[in-house]
Design a protein around this ligand. Structure first.
Ligand code: CUA
Length: 177
């Protein structure tokens, strides 16, 4: 069987393309330090979120030297804290978010960063980050969660570490369930 010269060339070109596509996927998945959020955060009873450990007092809590835990409850159509009060955290410290939902599936995406997770009832999304830059970051829900979805947003205020007042900008009791 004879293969035409041009066919051979196109065969080589398509092989090179396939290898290039696979290389970009591998690089995007492993080369730029993207981490998937796994089930590390554990499971809780979604109908009883406010009695679950950490979520009975949502907000920012110091966990150690330069380490903070942030517990956030998402519900239709707010983040608590985040929507009524900003989530205030110090810069250049390790911030571990624990985010869960008390009703339906929401999203938690911090604008301008690669922090992005689904928020699933019964599951705690846990992820750690360091904010190197002070300023205000927007948080948006990016999973359609009902007729108020487009209003579901919040803010994170990153302040210099020496201006941070120790956290617990917590209890906003309105809304909620
Ligand atoms: Cu919550 Cu969309």
């Amino acid at each position: 069987m004879e293969i035409h010269r041009f066919e051979k060339r196109w065969f080589v070109v398509s092989l090179v393309l396939i290898i290039a596509f696979i290389a970009t996927i591998v690089y995007g998945a492993a080369g730029v330090g993207v981490q998937m959020i796994d089930d590390d955060g554990g499971q809780i009873d979604p109908s009883n979120v406010r009695n679950a450990q950490g979520f009975s007092d949502p907000g920012v809590h110091q966990a150690g030297d330069g380490e903070y835990d942030v517990y956030v409850i998402a519900y239709q159509f707010a983040f608590e804290p985040g929507s009524n009060d900003p989530i205030r955290v110090p810069a250049d410290t390790r911030i571990t978010f624990h985010v869960t939902s008390s009703d339906t599936i929401h999203g938690f995406s911090v604008v301008g960063t690669n922090l992005n997770t689904m928020v699933i009832p019964g599951q705690v999304a846990k992820f750690t980050t360091v904010f190197n830059e002070t300023g205000t970051y927007g948080v948006v829900c990016h999973e359609y969660c009902g007729d108020g979805h487009h209003t579901m947003a919040g803010t994170i205020e990153v302040v210099p570490e020496d201006e941070f007042d120790g956290g617990s900008n917590t209890t906003d009791m309105e809304g909620g369930n």
